[in-house]
Write a protein that binds this ligand. Structure first.
Ligand SMILES: Cc1cc2nc3c(=O)[nH]c(=O)nc-3n(C[C@H](O)[C@H](O)[C@H](O)COP(=O)(O)O)c2cc1C
Length: 222
């Protein structure tokens, strides 16, 4: 699969099989991740490969529980009690994310501060490091897609449980596990957009501006 096809076909995969992923394939993906551009050449990142069954289960449980909290925050409560709403969101998270527990590998992409920016550049340097981590993650996800492997960058749970994730992975406080993704062979890849997103998703022509802001390819109608 060429790079354009892999980029276009990469989709957030939320159902996994337990089919093993060869170590050599994982290594190729890690090297692709770490070939990303890195602000100031800092390499303020690390990638963790999580294969141990207990650690994987703990990460999957955490991400599924985080998903439930995300749904609880995003979905209207209507006339449900707090407990009913929470239980409904937990059941929904289980329903759509339970196969995260089957994925044979999880990957964490971490921001590791290198303390190589002067005080006047600390904030900008942090942002550069975070952007670099995102580039690394995207490289990995696109390369994974080319190998027929699914991924989904999960961060929502971290707003609730990042310290617990650090504890599970033995990550020190100064290191930021920015995102984790399952890595596994899905039954199939999603195509197109989920119905809920389709209605509101902007087309590329509304997002491209030629020369001056507002001069979009759809003639500014988007
Ligand atoms: C910064 C970031 C955080 C995300 N966090 C989550 C997450 O916590 N859980 C999840 O299921 N998907 C997460 N996603 C995946 C997005 O929901 C997904 O990329 C988006 O809906 C578009 O779908 P696609 O990736 O299939 O094109 C995240 C994506 C990004 C870029």
């Amino acid at each position: 699969m060429d790079v354009m096809e892999a980029i276009r076909k990469r989709k957030a995969v939320r159902t996994y099989t337990d089919k093993p992923v060869p170590d050599s394939v994982v290594d190729d993906l890690l090297r692709a991740a770490l070939a990303a551009p890195t602000g100031s050449g800092s390499q303020a990142w690390s990638v963790m490969v999580i294969r141990d069954a207990d650690v994987r289960r703990d990460v999957a449980d955490l991400v599924i529980a985080g998903g439930a909290k995300y749904f609880a925050a995003m979905r209207p409560q209507r006339d449900l009690s707090d407990d009913e709403h929470r239980e409904q969101c937990e059941a929904y998270a289980e329903q759509i994310l339970a196969t995260y527990r089957l994925a044979p590998v999880w990957i964490a992409v971490l921001l590791v501060p290198r303390d190589n920016y002067p005080p006047s550049m600390k904030e900008g340097g942090y942002l550069d490091d975070l952007i670099s981590v995102a580039f690394a993650a995207e490289n990995l996800m696109v390369a994974a897609r080319a190998e027929g492997l699914g991924t989904v960058p999960t961060t929502a749970f971290q707003r609730f449980e990042k310290d617990r994730l650090r504890q599970i992975l033995g990550v020190p406080a100064e290191v930021d596990p920015v995102l984790v993704t399952p890595l596994g062979y899905p039954e199939s890849f999603p195509e197109g957009l989920p119905a809920a997103l389709k209605r509101s998703f902007r087309t590329w022509k509304t997002l491209v501006h030629d020369d001056q802001w507002g001069n979009t390819r759809d003639g500014g109608e988007g």
